[in-house]
Ligand binder design. Sequence first.
Ligand SMILES: C[S@@+](CC[C@H](N)C(=O)[O-])C[C@H]1O[C@@H](n2cnc3c(N)ncnc32)[C@H](O)[C@@H]1O
Length: 179
Amino acid sequence: MQEEIFVLRIGHRIDRDKRITTHVGLVARAFGARGIYIVNAEKEIKSKIDEVTKVWGGPFICEIIENNWKKFILDWKKKEGIIIHLTMYGIPVEDRINEIRLRKEKKLVVVGAEKVPKELYYLSDYNISITTQPHSEVAALALFLDRFYEGKELSLKFSNAKLKIVPMERGKRVIESRI
Ligand SMILES: C[S@@+](CC[C@H](N)C(=O)[O-])C[C@H]1O[C@@H](n2cnc3c(N)ncnc32)[C@H](O)[C@@H]1O
């Protein structure tokens, strides 16, 4: 099921956004993206996300990039594929998701933190809103990926997982794999 869909996190504020940026990465992985690129952030965020991938499986890559976001986006457009920017000002997800799913190119989903530079709206192939209300990059990303995968990500199987949960009504059961 996993398409070539990646996430770019821009505008991360050192210290202040540590937890929420980590959550953007964890949601990207759990909901079926192949990786996350984070512009200018603490190395511990990558360590935390990589640790989760090591224990719970992948494939998923996490990279902290030191280049500016614009260069990354221009390179992506030239060499990789399309840009989908999540913003409350964009076109409702339900009006564009089928078209986006049909696109064959690799996809980069961009989420912000503080106010996003105006230029991003013009560089993006799609500016997509998940409701036209202000909320969170974590919620916006989760819902976008769910609509993109039409719910199939809920039963995604992760490769090389050391731990797997056996779902149950009550209690906790985790099995260790021998890999
Ligand atoms: C806390 S918001 C801050 C947005 C900022 N006030 C602005 O105007 O750019 C952080 C990020 O969450 C995402 N986001 C928040 N609400 C959204 C919505 N309704 N639809 C899509 N993305 C949203 C966007 O990616 C945004 O950059």
